[in-house]
Design a protein around this ligand. Structure first.
Ligand code: MF3
Ligand code: CO
Ligand code: CO
Length: 251
């Protein structure tokens, strides 16, 4: 691996570990009765305490340090005084900027006891991301990633959101290429060793269509069915990949 790639992987891993560490902390406080603002405050403080910036804060005018997307919110939910209640499902998405490099990750949290359907959606979403990550190595096609996710998700009766995608990441938050979570094997650009990007499938229990609310950020499912998302930042190598945003407390 050349020196520049080594350094970019090293720095992304540091930023990614801080982002993942913030989500590990969220695990300790999520329960019915807390607000999404409390989660935002925790993320802001954890990231700051680790010498990093929260990249979402003031990004294109986004007002908070993380995204909190509850139930039928697909992504980009804005933390607020909204109180989480038993049975809710929540995605928290954090991005740390440390020493010039970004690490971006999100996870689902179950609030109290959630329905079997919700659990199944969360499991399907996580597995779709991990299946796509496991095929990564130099010279596979971007379409292989999308097709792996789409096949698995649709076989499980869910749908893949098309209006949002993963992205290259590095010294900027969002870079080329777009990483679509649907598509056809063997299509699109070939991936190269040294690339760093996110895989962040948004999966709906119902139909795939979304719309953005009047706040200009909050994306929801049009049919109001539940939506789930996981996100890792990964780096491509000659014969595989590295995940830069692994949890220290989950397997
Ligand atoms: N973290 C999100 C992503 O995965 C982007 C959030 S942008 C924000 O790309 F402004 F909404 F924070
Ligand atoms: Co992202
Ligand atoms: Co993100």
């Amino acid at each position: 691996m050349n020196k520049d790639i080594k350094e970019s992987f090293h720095k992304t891993k540091i930023a990614g570990s801080i982002a993942a560490g913030a989500l590990d902390e969220v695990t300790k406080i999520v329960k019915p009765g807390i607000t999404t603002n409390e989660i935002d405050k925790l993320c802001y403080e954890y990231i700051n305490d680790h010498g990093a910036y929260s990249a979402p804060l003031l990004y294109r005018g986004f007002p908070k340090s993380c995204c909190t997307s509850v139930n039928h919110v697909v992504c980009h939910g804005i933390p607020s005084n909204k109180v989480l209640k038993d049975g809710d499902i929540l995605n928290v998405d954090v991005t740390a900027l440390k020493d010039g490099w970004h690490g971006d990750t999100s996870r689902m949290f179950e609030i109290g006891n959630v329905s079997i359907k919700a659990k199944k959606l969360i499991e399907t979403t996580y597995k779709s991301m991990m299946k796509a990550i496991k095929i990564l190595k130099e010279d596979i096609y971007l379409g292989d990633i999308g097709s792996t996710i789409q096949k698995y998700v649709e076989a499980n009766g869910c749908s893949v959101v098309q209006d949002f995608c993963g992205h290259g990441i590095g010294q900027s938050f969002h870079l080329e290429p777009n990483i679509l979570h649907y598509g056809k094997k063997g299509t699109g650009e070939k991936i190269k060793a040294g690339m760093i990007f996110t895989i962040e499938p948004m999966i709906n229990l119902g139909k795939y269509e979304t719309k953005v609310l009047s706040d200009g950020w909050t994306a929801v499912t049009r049919d109001k069915t539940l939506s789930a998302q996981f996100e890792h930042t990964v780096g491509i190598t000659k014969d595989g990949y590295e995940i830069f945003t692994e949890s220290k407390i989950l397997n």
